[in-house]
Write a protein that binds this ligand. Structure first.
Ligand SMILES: C[S@@+](CC[C@H](N)C(=O)[O-])C[C@H]1O[C@@H](n2cnc3c(N)ncnc32)[C@H](O)[C@@H]1O
Length: 328
């Protein structure tokens, strides 16, 4: 999640690095070959770029990220198909939700857009498996596996989890969350307080332990995919369960999910209450929530059509210091 509103160029210039001054318009042209950026020793070099500089200067992501829906400048354009069903329901849950056919009062994201981001999740996941692979990623396409008759929601959740199809284990759809927010995740069935909503520990979330590896990965992606990759990545300091816990994800770690979970928007940015929270819910009224690691639960009952909103501050510091600490 890049820091918004920061002028990385000015910051860099004031610190003498001159990161943006001589960047030409073609800094991110063609195939994003890093050699096209560094023309000689005096040019700014992408391998020193912060996450904000990659987002703003290297890929000039603003027009893609904040103007999505306008596909004029889209190098990975997928032809529009207006005949398709614009409502996106998690593939594993389509049949499960058959009775919920009403359209909520949120704008839908077009089938072409959904096709494109599903392809990007798949591309990023495949590349991660080939080139990084620090954690076992369940190697599955995002496909409609359908639901067997009589399958309970609990069984469905387990099945989804074991297949690693999505970290989101409740029925959802992707919608347009409104001006400047981009896409968001919306409930398509009521979700009871205390329900597991997101499981980031199901083989659908990659990690990077070194900032530069993440940077190299980002610059080798096509532009739009890269912008989304930057937008969807987060840095989290995961607390170990106990002194014996040597999970590679503990401590400062960059995460990237390969599914809808990376479309959950922030409640705290709009000063509203989050309805989903990272950690583990208290078993008794007086208990505290458990520490935030990989699981997200409904804080209250959530109605059909409500956007699932989290506080990014649950898992990353609001000043995004983690990105600097990890070398970006
Ligand atoms: C993890 S992504 C969420 C998905 C994103 N909306 C999308 O369409 O890709 C995080 C980004 O979403 C946007 N975002 C999230 N919550 C927001 C909010 N409350 N208001 C405005 N933008 C928000 C910001 O651009 C942020 O960097």
């Amino acid at each position: 999640v890049p820091v918004l509103g920061e002028d990385a160029c000015m910051e860099s210039e004031s610190s003498g690095e001159n990161a943006c001054a001589s960047l030409s318009d073609d800094a991110h042209h063609d195939d994003n070959d890093p050699k096209n950026v560094a023309k000689d020793d005096t040019d700014p070099i992408w391998w020193n770029y912060s996450i904000d500089q990659l987002f703003e200067d290297y890929f000039a992501c603003a027009e893609i990220t904040y103007g999505y829906g306008d596909d004029e400048d889209d190098s990975e354009d997928v032809s529009k198909n207006d005949s398709g069903d614009d409502d996106y329901v998690h593939p594993n849950l389509q049949q499960h939700n058959e009775e919920n056919t009403e359209v909520d009062d949120v704008d839908v994201v077009s089938e072409a857009q959904l096709h494109k981001i599903r392809q990007q999740w798949s591309d990023i996941r495949e590349k991660y498996i080939k080139e990084v692979n620090l954690v076992p990623i369940v190697h599955k396409e995002i496909i409609d596996t359908g639901n067997d008759d009589g399958e309970s929601e609990a069984e469905l959740n387990i099945r989804q989890t074991s297949r690693g199809v999505s970290a989101i284990v409740v029925p959802i759809r992707i919608g347009d969350a409104g001006a400047k927010k981009g896409r968001g995740v919306f409930a398509t069935e009521p979700i009871r307080k205390g329900t597991l909503v997101g499981n980031m520990d199901n083989g659908s979330t990659g990690i990077f332990k070194v900032g530069h590896s993440w940077r190299e990965f980002a610059v080798s992606l096509p532009r739009e995919t890269a912008c989304n990759f930057i937008e969807w990545s987060w840095v989290q300091t995961v607390p170990p369960i106990d002194a014996m816990d040597d999970d590679i994800r503990n401590g400062l770690t960059i995460f990237i999910a390969f599914d809808e979970s990376n479309l959950m928007n922030a409640a705290d940015w709009d000063g509203v209450e989050a309805n989903v929270r990272c950690g583990s819910p208290p078993k008794h009224d007086d208990d505290e929530w458990g520490p935030c690691r990989f699981h997200y639960y409904a804080v209250r009952d959530i109605a059909v059509g409500e956007e699932l909103l989290i506080n990014y501050g649950d898992f990353e510091d609001v000043y995004q210091q983690g990105w600097t600490d990890i070398g970006l």
